[in-house]
Design a protein around this ligand. Structure first.
Ligand code: SDX
Length: 434
C-alpha cells in the first residue's frame, strides 16, 4: 500500500528543558496525526494511551468513520448507499480491491468465492469433539484456527497469489463453517453449499434446509440478511480488527489471524453485544420495567450497561443502527410479525434513553447491535448464533485489513511498551529469611 499521508507541519513538545519537533500528517478525512515513531528514541519517554482512545495504530484506506457526524464510508462510499444498492460479494470486492467491480471482475470474483465454499471432509471431525451445547463461537474459534492445518498451500503471506487464495477461501468457507456450527448445535446433518445460490441464500439454505424436504429461500429475508452482512463487514481499527492486525504483524498465517479476531469479537463489549442486547430486552420483558433498567445503567456501582448502546467512536447515532432498524421493520413485516414485544420494548427503551440526561450528556446512542438481535431472531437464528453471523460478515473486513497491513512496507511487528509501577529491583531472599 502506497502511503497517502500529506505533510501538515510539525508539533513542538517541551519537557524537562528539552524540545522535540514531531511531524504532523493529514489524511483524506478525519483528524490529523502526530507521528510519534521517533518520540521514544528522541525523548526517552513513552506515550501512554490504554484503550488507544487517542492513538492511530496504522494508516488505512479501507473504512472511515466520523463519530460526531455519524458517518461510515467503505472505500469512500456511504454505508447507507451500499446497504441499499449493493450486495455482500460486491462490497467484499470493494473492500478488498478499493473499487466496485465491473461485470467481468464481479463474475470472476463471485465464481472464485463460489468454488471455495466447500470444506475439507476431515474438517467435519473437529465438530464431533465439541459437546452439542458448546457455544457456536467456541466452535468457530477452534475450527477456523484449524484451517491452517488443511491449507498449507495458501499460508505463505509473502506470496500475493497465496494471499489471494487464502482470502477467497476464508470469505467463502466462513458461511459453511458457521452453518455447520449451527447444525451441529441442533443435532441436524450438515448441508452442503449449492453453487447455484448467491452467497447469503447459500448460507440460509445451509442453516435451515433439512434432507427430508426441499428448501426454498425467502428472497425478502435473504435480501435483509445480505444487507445486515454489509453493515457488519468492516469498521476501522475496532478491537477484533486490531487483534487480527497485531496477530498478522508477527507473520502468522491468515487463518490463525482470523481465529484471533473471532475470539476478540466474542466479547460482550464488542461483537457479543447483539446476543447480550437481545438477552437484555428479554430480561426487561415489558415497557413498564424499562425505568428500572435505565436506573441500573446509570448506577456507577452496578456493572449493568444498556447493551446495544454507546460506542467508542460514534457520539451520534450509529448510521448502521438506522439501516438495521429499517431492515428489522422489513423482516418483521415480511414475516407478518406485527407486535413483536421485543421490538416494542426496544423502541420504547430507545425513546426513553435518548431523552434521558445521562445518555444525552454521555452521547450514548443505539449502535448496530441494538436492533440486529431482534432481526436475527425473527430470521430464525438462535441468540447464540448472532455473534457468529457478525464474525461471518466481519471476516471480509478482517481479511481486507490484514492484506493492507501485509502489503504496507512500513508495517512492523506490533510491540507496545508500558509504564512499570511494580516492585523496585531487589534481591532474592531465601525461604529461611522470609
Ligand atoms: C461494537 O469499535 C467498534 O467499531 C465496534 C463495533 C464494530 O463494528 O466493530 O462498532 C461493534 O462493538 C459496537 C459496541 C457494542 N457494545 C455494546 O453495545 C456494549 C455496551 N456498550 C458499552 O460497553 C460501551 O459503550 C462501549 C464498550 C461500546 C464503548 O465504551 P468506551 O468507549 O470505552 O466508553 P466508556 O466505557 O468509557 O463509557 C463512557 C461513559 C462511562 O461512564 P463514565 O465512567 O464516564 O461515568 O459512558 C458510560 C460508561 O459507564 N457508558 C454506558 C454505556 N456505554 C458507556 N452506560 C450505560 N450503558 C452503556 N451501554
Amino acid at each position: 500500500m502506497e502511503s497517502n499521508m500529506k505533510t501538515a507541519g510539525t508539533m513542538t513538545l517541551s519537557y524537562d528543558g528539552k524540545t522535540t519537533e514531531l511531524p504532523v500528517f493529514s489524511g483524506t478525512h478525519g483528524p490529523k496525526v502526530v507521528d510519534f515513531r521517533k518520540f521514544y528514541s528522541e525523548t526517552d519517554l513513552f506515550t501512554f494511551d490504554p484503550g488507544f482512545t487517542s492513538t492511530a495504530s496504522c494508516e488505512s484506506q479501507i473504512t472511515f468513520i466520523d463519530g460526531d457526524e455519524g458517518i461510515l464510508l467503505y472505500r469512500g462510499i456511504p454505508i447507507e448507499q451500499l446497504a441499499e444498492k449493493s450486495t455482500f460479494l460486491e462490497v467484499a470486492y470493494l473492500l478488498l480491491h478499493g473499487e466496485l467491480p465491473n461485470a467481468d471482475q464481479a463474475e470472476a470474483f463471485n465464481g472464485s468465492i463460489t468454488r471455495h465454499t466447500m470444506v475439507h471432509e476431515q474438517l467435519k471431525n473437529f465438530y464431533n469433539g465439541f459437546r452439542r451445547d458448546a457455544h457456536p463461537m467456541a466452535i468457530m474459534v477452534g475450527v477456523v484456527g484449524a484451517l491452517s492445518a488443511f491449507y498449507h498451500d495458501s499460508t505463505d503471506i509473502n506470496d500475493p497469489i497465496q494471499r489471494r487464495i487464502a482470502s477467497h477461501r476464508m470469505i467463502a468457507k466462513m458461511p459453511t463453517i458457521a452453518a455447520m456450527a449451527y447444525k451441529y448445535s441442533i443435532g441436524q446433518p450438515f448441508v452442503f453449499p449449492h453453487n447455484d445460490l448467491d452467497y447469503t441464500e447459500n448460507f440460509m439454505r445451509m442453516c435451515f434446509a433439512v434432507p427430508a424436504e426441499e428448501y426454498s429461500v425467502n428472497p425478502i429475508l435473504a435480501d435483509a440478511l445480505d444487507k445486515i452482512f454489509i453493515l457488519h463487514m468492516d469498521h476501522e481499527q475496532n478491537a477484533s480488527t486490531s487483534t487480527v492486525r497485531l496477530a498478522g504483524s508477527s507473520g502468522a498465517n491468515p487463518f490463525a489471524c482470523i481465529a484471533a479476531g473471532i475470539a476478540s469479537l466474542w466479547g460482550p463489549a464488542h461483537g457479543g453485544a447483539n446476543e447480550a442486547a437481545l438477552n437484555m430486552l428479554e430480561e426487561i420483558g415489558t415497557p413498564d420495567r424499562i425505568p428500572h433498567f435505565i436506573d441500573r445503567a446509570k448506577d456507577k456501582n452496578d456493572p449493568f450497561r444498556l447493551m446495544g448502546f454507546g460506542h467508542r467512536v460514534y457520539k451520534n447515532y450509529d448510521p448502521r443502527a438506522k439501516v438495521m432498524q429499517k431492515a428489522c421493520h422489513e423482516v418483521l413485516n415480511a414475516l407478518g410479525i406485527k407486535d413483536d414485544p421485543l421490538f416494542e420494548v426496544a423502541r420504547e427503551l430507545e425513546r426513553i434513553a435518548l431523552s434521558d440526561g445521562y445518555f444525552i450528556e454521555k452521547k450514548l446512542y443505539p449502535n448496530i447491535d441494538f436492533y440486529s438481535g431482534i432481526t436475527l431472531k425473527a430470521l430464525g437464528f438462535p441468540t447464540d448464533m448472532f455473534t457468529v453471523l457478525f464474525a461471518l460478515a466481519r471476516t471480509v473486513g478482517w481479511i481486507a485489513q490484514w492484506s493492507e497491513m501485509v502489503e504496507d512496507d512500513s508495517q512492523k511487528i506490533g510491540r507496545p511498551r508500558q509504564i512499570y509501577t511494580g516492585a523496585a529491583a531487589r534481591d532474592y531472599v531465601s525461604i529461611g529469611k522470609r
